[in-house]
Write a protein that binds this ligand. Structure first.
Ligand code: URA
Length: 288
């Protein structure tokens, strides 16, 4: 008969390999049959390059965002355990709190934004673009800034990039009216240029207040401008995506901006991995 201690050590080793593999596949949580577990350590953790090498190739699909390519996996049943791995770039001792210098209801905040003249963009805008979707949303998606269509309609993501975003949302089995969508900037930059730092600085308090009032379970940052503004980093998208960060206590998952996916469809495979991470994190939090 084998030594029970050796057997236990072997089992522990196997469990560790399995958990590392799940983490490398982008899961912050795994499902256990039966027993509920509390989230484990959510502190910073260096990236595990060895685990990342275990990433399994995705089944090829002509368009990864079509809902038919979505298949439920083991994380849809049972209870969950958090794998260590939320990374924190922004120190957030106080967590998410409502600012006292801004209205504490979204309607009044939107009216204040519509009259904002804090930066030069007010001179060229047609409409401010505050948000769309549900104020009760568990998932909050943040883009960069309104484009031409959004500026004309006063709503975020209503142009071509918006149509792709709708598909991305549908691919994780949500509807646009179930999520909350907004941007870092509330006014269109001329010719859709990248937001300037002073524009971001002036507009950030509005976004912070939106986040504090909606209190989503998860933030998905669409594109480099959004992730850099929230995490206060200058790192590249290639180094930021594929990871789960923490913004003032809320998990934040970066992914490519839909406009970048339209320009470079080759990035859709990675974006689909990020969306699965979004889906699994929401599920693990009991938020979907
Ligand atoms: N791009 C964005 O970042 N936001 C929008 O609302 C539309 C396009």
């Amino acid at each position: 008969m084998s030594d029970p201690r050796e057997e236990l050590t072997g089992l522990a080793r196997e469990a560790r390999v399995l958990l590392e593999r799940e983490r490398a596949r982008g899961r912050a949580y795994v499902t256990l049959a039966g027993r509920a577990m509390q989230p484990a350590d959510t502190g910073p953790r260096p990236r595990d390059e060895a685990s990342r090498a275990l990433v399994a190739p995705l089944a090829s699909s002509p368009d990864p965002f079509t809902p038919h390519s979505f298949t439920a996996d083991s994380t849809t049943r049972g209870s969950t355990i958090a794998l260590p791995g939320f990374e924190s770039l922004v120190p957030s001792p106080a967590g998410l709190s409502v600012r006292e210098d801004l209205p504490d209801d979204l309607g009044t905040l939107a009216r204040l934004v519509s009259e904002c003249r804090k930066c030069r963009l007010c001179e060229t805008r047609t409409n401010t673009v505050f948000a769309d979707g549900s104020v009760k949303a568990k998932l909050l998606l943040i883009g960069e800034a309104p484009g031409r269509d959004e500026d004309l309609k006063g709503l975020p993501f209503v142009g071509r990039a918006g149509q792709l975003l709708d598909k991305m949302i549908a691919a994780i089995q949500l509807r646009r009216d179930e999520v909350y969508i907004c941007n870092v900037l509330k006014c269109r930059p001329p010719e859709n240029r990248t937001p300037l730092q002073d524009e971001v600085d002036q507009c950030m308090p509005y976004l912070e207040q939106q986040l504090a009032l909606v209190r989503p379970a998860l933030i998905c940052a669409l594109g480099l401008s959004a992730v850099q503004a929230l995490l206060k980093t200058k790192s590249s998208m290639a180094s930021l995506r594929g990871r789960t960060f923490e913004y003032k206590g809320i998990p934040l998952i970066p992914t490519y901006h839909p406009a970048a996916l339209l320009r470079n469809p080759g990035l859709k495979r990675e974006a689909w991995e990020d969306l699965q991470r979004v889906r699994d994190t929401l599920k693990a939090q009991g938020a979907s």
